[in-house]
Write a protein that binds this ligand. Structure first.
Ligand code: ADP
Ligand code: MG
Length: 692
């Protein structure tokens, strides 16, 4: 609505009635447009302004109770005020304007008539001023708002920048962490996959396989798909009892370090393992990292070491016993030989004597086996045709096993040769046959088979024993009661026997073992309770040589003599034997019990033509005694005797090259022959010496 069309409310402040009348008249032309109110004092005017709304106030400068300026000061901000002054007081009007009056008019007759115009103009101006002020305020407001906004934006931007910086740092850090993580993950997964140990990741609660490494697959024989998602007990890798044990340890210690445990791969095998378990976090969940080291091989080696140490100890003992026993056998065998020479060829006593002699020979073989077992004795190894050996021993074996057991032997068409001590291999077969007999009290069958067998790396790998090469394989199997694993593991132990006291010595197989090892071979046993037992003996092969079968020297009739011989020997039994052999054949004997005595006796008797000198003797040994005798008489004939081999004697006692040596047990025929030879040589030399 047009504001000018409204009725304007005007307050006129004028104490002069005539002036007020003049002003009123000034509005009378359009009186319907103006509503006039007159106040005659400042107080009245202020009260009116406060109680009513006026569009405009026209006030005289001079009021009875104050100045129009007071009114201006108190109301000019709400209502436009126009000051009226008398002519000549314009300066006052200007002051009023400074205080806030909108306009001023000088009271003159023509001004009263122009009052409506003046009011309209003032109102327009007021309007403009208001608009201007509003606009200004709005602008100010907006400016403030904008300023505020800018400040806020700035703050926000700063914050954003700070955040960006933080983010950048974080990103860099994360990248670093990610890189580190990736590296460590890569390292772990490489180590996991290719570790030489068995590695698994399982859940803690049920032991379910989450991941397994290549070594696990290799050892266990399972496919990855066969185990992932299944528990360790479900697939049979760990027994339930062991799993319970593991759990207990884990709960107590938080980890497992080197627990000895059996693992069970596919196919019913058992692996001895050392187990380590740690808890790790995978994707925020606790898992078990298991590491197992296969120690089966190590166990086997330890077992072997223990076994060989035991054998070593018993070997020492057996060696000692066998040595003394050998001396006794020398005496028995020696007297048998002497009797053979004495007896008439056709006497029935001869057969009995042969039996004693054969028994002594076998006993001597047994001592050699014992020495072989103790690794002290000398193996009289020579290339031998094993076909002949097996055929030769067949008769003995049949006698050992008796009639209730059937013996079958088989040898290949082509002969198999090996470097063996035949007596010892006989012994092996006899010991095995004796055991087979004991395992078949109600009869059964015994097979002895000789074959050619090549052992390659694959064989060694599959069986866990042996060295690649060509072998003669001797198989001895029976249909007896067999043995369980516990027995089988101990049979080669010396003195291990399952037989009643008096029946078994527990030495049979220990001797077999010793002999086979000494021949650089190996022995293997296969046995099931109630089924039977098979022993396999592998002996290294040699190519056959011509004429390598040494035949016994044909016994020539022994030549008698009459010379005097000094016998230096500390063993009284051997001394007796030698003395009676030589005495019987006409020789005169002088005894000496040790080296010193021998030198003494030699000095006293210049009839002595030959000295039979044992090398190992108390007080003074044979070698020293011989040296002293040579000093007395350089041409003295000395024949050494010893139980050791020629090599040992040469290296230990440095006998001169060409020294005459005869081995114990002394064979009488050989002794007589050697003695005669040496004496004859002396006679020839002295007769030649006499001739010149
Ligand atoms: P011994 O025969 O004196 O007991 P061995 O060393 O010869 O001692 O044998 C040791 C043990 O090995 C025997 O007591 C027996 O338990 C077992 N054994 C050896 N050979 C056989 C076999 N052929 N069958 C069954 N058990 C055997
Ligand atoms: Mg036995």
């Amino acid at each position: 609505m047009d504001p000018s069309s409204q009725v304007k409310k005007i307050l006129i402040v004028e104490d002069d009635d005539s002036h007020a009348e003049l002003i009123r008249r000034g509005f009378c032309e359009n009186s319907e447009l103006y509503q006039l109110t007159v106040a005659t004092s400042l107080q009245e005017a202020l009260a009116s302004v406060q109680s009513q709304n006026f569009d405009i106030v026209l006030t005289d400068y001079l009021l009875p109770d104050g100045s129009g300026v007071d009114l201006v000061q108190k109301s000019a901000r709400i209502t436009p005020v126009v000051i009226m002054t008398s002519h000549g007081n314009e300066q006052l009007a200007v002051d009023a304007m400074k205080a806030g009056a909108l306009d001023y008019v000088v009271k003159m007759p023509e001004v009263f008539g122009a009052m409506p115009r003046i009011v309209e103009r003032a109102l327009r101006e007021w309007e403009l001023m208001l608009e201007h002020k509003q606009a200004e305020e709005a602008l100010l407001l907006q400016t403030r708002r904008l300023e505020h906004e800018v400040a806020e934006r700035q703050l926000a931007q700063e914050a954003l920048q700070a955040q960006a910086l933080l983010l950048q740092n974080e990103i860099a850090e994360r990248r670093q962490a990610q890189e580190t993580l990736r590296l460590s993950e890569e390292k772990f997964s490489k180590a996991f996959d290719n570790a030489p140990m068995i590695m698994t990741i399982t859940t803690r609660e049920s032991g379910t396989f989450l991941d397994v490494n290549n070594r696990f697959l290799e050892v266990s024989g399972w496919d990855r798909s066969e185990v992932i998602g299944k528990s360790t007990t479900e697939v049979g890798w760990i027994s339930s009892a062991d799993r319970a044990l593991l759990f207990e340890s884990l709960n107590r210690d938080g980890h497992i370090s080197g627990m000895a445990l059996n693992l069970h791969p596919r196919g019913g095998r058992t692996i001895k393992a050392e187990l380590y378990i740690e808890t790790i976090t995978v994707d925020g969940r606790e898992r078990l990292l298991g590491i197992a080291i296969d120690v089966t091989e190590r166990h086997k080696l330890e077992e072997q070491l223990r076994h060989s140490q035991k054998l070593e100890a018993v070997g020492l003992l057996a060696g000692g016993v066998a040595h003394d026993f050998n001396n006794i056998l020398t005496v028995i065998g020696g007297y048998c030989e002497m009797l053979k020479l004495d007896l008439a060829p056709d006497t029935p006593l001869r057969e009995k004597l042969m039996q004693i002699s054969a028994a002594a020979e076998r006993a001597s073989n047994l001592t050699r086996s014992l020495l072989a077992f103790s690794r002290k004795g000398e193996v009289k190894a020579a290339p031998a045709d094993l076909n002949l050996l097996v055929r030769g021993v067949e008769r003995f074996l049949q006698r050992i096993i008796g009639e209730d057991i059937t013996l079958s032997t088989s040898v290949p068409e082509r002969s198999i040769w090996a470097v063996v001590d035949s007596g010892q291999i006989d012994q092996v077969l006899m010991n095995l046959a004796a055991n087979a007999r004991d395992a078949m009290p109600k009869g059964g069958r015994l097979f002895v088979e000789l074959q050619h067998q090549e052992i390659d790396a694959a064989f060694v790998h599959a069986h866990g024993f042996g060295t690649p090469g060509e072998y003669a394989l001797l198989t001895v199997s029976d249909t007896g009661e067999g043995m369980d694993e516990e027995t089988r593991n101990r049979i080669f132990d010396p003195f291990f026997t399952t037989k009643v006291a008096g029946k078994g010595t527990g030495l049979g197989l220990a001797i077999v073992y010793g002999i086979v090892i000494q021949h650089k071979g190996f022995v293997n046993v296969y046995s099931e309770p109630g089924v039977g037992t098979t022993f396999r003996i592998y002996l290294p092969l040699v190519q056959p040589e011509k004429d390598c079968r040494s035949e016994a020297v044909a016994v020539e009739p022994c030549v008698r003599g009459s010379e005097t011989i000094l016998v230096a020997e500390d063993d009284p039994h051997v001394l007796d034997l030698v003395t009676s052999v030589l005495g019987q054949y006409g020789y005169s004997i002088i005894h000496a019990a040790n080296g010193a005595e021998a030198v003494e006796k030699f000095r006293e008797n210049d009839r002595i033509k030959l000295v039979l000198m044992d090398i190992i003797m108390p007080v003074m040994n044979g070698k020293e005694a011989a040296d002293q005798i040579r000093r007395l008489r350089p041409e003295a004939r000395i024949l050494f005797t010893s139980g050791y081999t020629a090599e040992i004697i040469m290296s230990r006692c440095d006998l001169e090259e060409g020294a005459e040596l005869i081995m114990k047990p002394v064979k009488p025929a050989l002794l007589l022959k050697k003695v005669r030879e040496m004496l004859d040589l002396t006679a020839q030399e002295s007769s030649r010496g006499g001739g010149t």
